[in-house]
Design a protein around this ligand. Structure first.
Ligand SMILES: [Zn+2]
Length: 336
């Protein structure tokens, strides 16, 4: 099952934010699948599950959540910091509030809907075996605050909500975004029921600044680093990581794949320049993950995470087209 809902698209330009993520990457993937897979069934999403205050506390501390839900000024401070909209000299960075048509309260509403959809897609993967939400993957959000364009950690909230529902006990988070899944690692560091694996650039953000006691250095259960020019070892290292997970940890009830397209060589975010995987390598990456968990009958649920510029939608699209062809089960795409 593939989930797309236009209300979950965070269109940065509407808030005056000039980060080079394309406003329409999820829509492009959705439209591509629509036009190439006429047999897909479309069902209407009537309501996106609502995320409550106590749901947010599953991953974040109350001090932070109270700021997000408090005065507009408090929310604005958190948003400016999370989306890096002010530079060290105090000037606006990739931000032009004069072009904003909507305010940050609206953006928060969209982000909460994404959290709701990540949860729902994960929940439905328990029965269907596979789900892909065309959104979400806010893996840098820490227990105490947002970071790196990630305000709320939808991944951990979704898993812990499923645990509260008594639908699962254990989960793996496999993070193949170009950047380390530092927020998920920080939030779950004392939680043996959630095992994290992150495969990411060895240097560069978030690991190039600060001291090693900074929370973004908190290790995942398994961290695999890819140095510049090590791209040819990427897939092998992924396989080794998956085998290590299987050897050392209990089989999970669900795996969430943080499926960033930003290791792509044509990605346009400057901080992803230290890893350059080809379209074919990324296709293989996604097929390795898909087959690994399909073969083991472990429900797999994907979120989009990072992917910047004109071309990133193609990475998601090639994989989902393949899943559509491979799946002997009924494939569905959801939309309004
Ligand atoms: Zn990233």
């Amino acid at each position: 099952m593939i989930f797309y809902h236009p209300d979950c698209d965070l269109k940065f330009s509407e808030y005056g934010i000039e980060i080079p993520i394309k406003d329409d990457r999820a829509l492009k993937v959705f439209q591509h699948l629509q036009s190439h897979h006429p047999k897909l069934t479309f069902i209407e999403i009537k309501e996106i599950p609502e995320i409550t205050f106590s749901d947010l506390l599953l991953a974040h501390n109350s001090n932070y959540i109270n700021k997000l839900l408090g005065s507009y000024k408090e929310l604005e401070v958190e948003m400016l910091s999370c989306f890096e909209l002010i530079d060290s000299q105090g000037h606006f960075n990739r931000y032009n509030p004069h072009t904003a048509a909507l305010d940050f309260r609206h953006a928060l509403g969209v982000i909460l809907k994404q959290v709701g959809m990540t949860y729902w897609a994960a929940k439905l993967s328990l029965s269907s075996g596979f789900s892909y939400f065309l959104g979400g993957g806010m893996h840098h959000a820490m227990s105490f605050g947002g970071r790196g364009f990630c305000l709320l950690n939808d991944i951990v909230i979704a898993i812990r909500k499923l645990q509260n529902d008594k639908l699962i006990q254990t989960a793996w988070i496999i993070d193949v975004d170009a950047h380390k899944g530092d927020g998920s690692a920080e939030i779950t560091k004392d939680d043996q029921s959630i095992i994290t694996l992150s495969l990411h650039m060895k240097s560069g953000w978030p690991l190039d600044s600060g001291v090693s006691s900074d929370p973004w250095f908190i290790p995942s259960d398994i961290d695999i680093e890819i140095d510049s020019l090590e791209e040819d070892f990427y897939l092998e290292k992924l396989m080794i990581g998956l085998n290590e997970l299987e050897k050392n940890y209990q089989r999970p009830d669900i795996v969430i794949i943080v499926n960033g397209a930003d290791p792509y060589e044509l990605d346009e975010l400057p901080s992803t320049a230290k890893i350059k995987l080809s379209k074919e390598q990324l296709f293989l990456r996604d097929k390795i993950l898909y087959h690994f968990f399909k073969y083991r009958h472990i429900p797999q649920s994907y979120v989009m995470a990072g992917g910047y510029g004109e071309k990133s939608w193609e990475i998601y699209s090639q994989f989902l087209e393949f899943v559509g062809q491979d799946s002997s089960k009924r494939s569905e795409i959801s939309s309004r």
